[in-house]
Design a protein around this ligand. Sequence first.
Ligand code: TGC
Ligand code: FAD
Length: 394
Amino acid sequence: MARFEGIDFYDIDSLLSEEERMVRDTVRAWVEDRLMPIIGDAYIGRQFPREIIPELAELGVLGANLPEKYGCAELNNVAYGLIMQELERGDSGVRSFASVQGALVMYPIYAFGSEAHRETWLPKLASGEAIGCFGLTEPDYGSNPAGMITTAKKTSDGWVLNGAKMWITNGSMADVAVVWAQTGELGDVKGIRGFVVPTDSPGFSAKDQKGKLSLLASDTSELVFQDVELPEDAVLPESTGGLKHPLMCLTQARYGITWGAVGAAMACLSEAVAYAKERVMFDAPIGQKQIQQVRLADMLTGITQGQLLCYRLGRMKDEGTMTPQQVSLAKRANVDMATNVAREARRLLGGNGILVEYHSMRHMANLESVYTYEGTHDIHSLVLGQALTGLSAF
Ligand code: TGC
Ligand code: FAD
């Protein structure tokens, strides 16, 4: 398969700084050289390829938009987005690993933790020495995490954690979990708070989620907390606003997904174009048939629209004007677009399209998870409906 050259119909490249292009090209080359040769086997083997973690750290992609002071690359948000795009061009599970580590573990420790939390955990998480996971979803509270039943009860010298979390990315590999739990209202503090939980704490267990048909090269696990005793300072001290603080983390991760989905779609279009030019049927390349050209034109249109959304969203994030509702629109639109592009690419590939040697079906299956996690497509529809009407339909 030829090296990936990029898809940039509207010359978005010319809007990027030299540093942004350099970051994108570095991660792109790593994906080509290191990830693409192994991702098919990792997927079929249902294993996250752990050997890439030191390389991801070396590339500086873990918590890449957080400060250098804590061992991070301190890149702007467009460069961060481009990293997510390139990683997900390889595989959504690899982007998920980096998203969770950076946006859902390092970000809350940075934004809501104490200086001691930051100094203890951020350099280790940036260097890949420690792996993190984020526990919000529960078996009975997915789209509505406000109802969570996991509790952290205050004791005289700390906290005791009880409950369970479901569908947790990196859960079995993690050294540390950021866990959200009901504490009951304590003075001005609303009742859901974040806790930094070392996974070797007695009473903590993680179990691999069996039977997945999507995101196979990713660790997805259930966490159980049985009387897990935590010190007083396990709580993220600034997480005092109920669901608002975990939702702020989700906004960071959803932002990355917006870019990542475009990367997956680019991989599929690139594969489809190459195949359409080579595969001969009825004495001509299938790319010469009008039906396939319409298919490719629709893919290119969706990707170009998605790229423009990402670019504008990234600049707004760097200016500090981006809203969670704007992120909802982009996550919803781009993941839907990528899901359609992957399906159409797989169809264009005919029988070969179901083989692991090609990438579109892997992306198609992965994107079903991406469509569902970080707020389902429906939930983001309701966020936008509320933004337009002022009426909540949840
Ligand atoms: P609601 O009353 O609307 O809001 C409570 C407070 O939070 C504020 N807020 C947000 N802030 C930042 N970012 C957001 N996205 C925010 N959404 C709301 C809001 O302004 C309010 O603030 P304040 O000051 O008034 O207190 O909360 P609600 O309980 O009605 O919930 C709204 C809803 C349904 C949108 C929310 O629960 C939701 O987003 N549900 C979806 C759950 C979800 O996305 N879970 C993801 C789990 S993690 C995951 O999937 C990782 S996948 C791996 C990977 O990322 O790769
Ligand atoms: P439900 O909330 O039960 O939704 C079921 C259906 O009902 C959906 O179609 C939904 O759109 C619809 N629905 C829900 N509410 C409404 C409504 N008000 N109106 C209309 N329709 C509605 N969570 C974490 O905390 N950490 C992680 O690391 C993590 N990683 C994940 C990895 C994978 C591979 C997957 C699949 C999930 C992961 N999740 C994680 C959980 C994910 O965020 C949830 O699956 C998601 O929020 C949806 O919750 P649910 O699965 O319980 O579906």
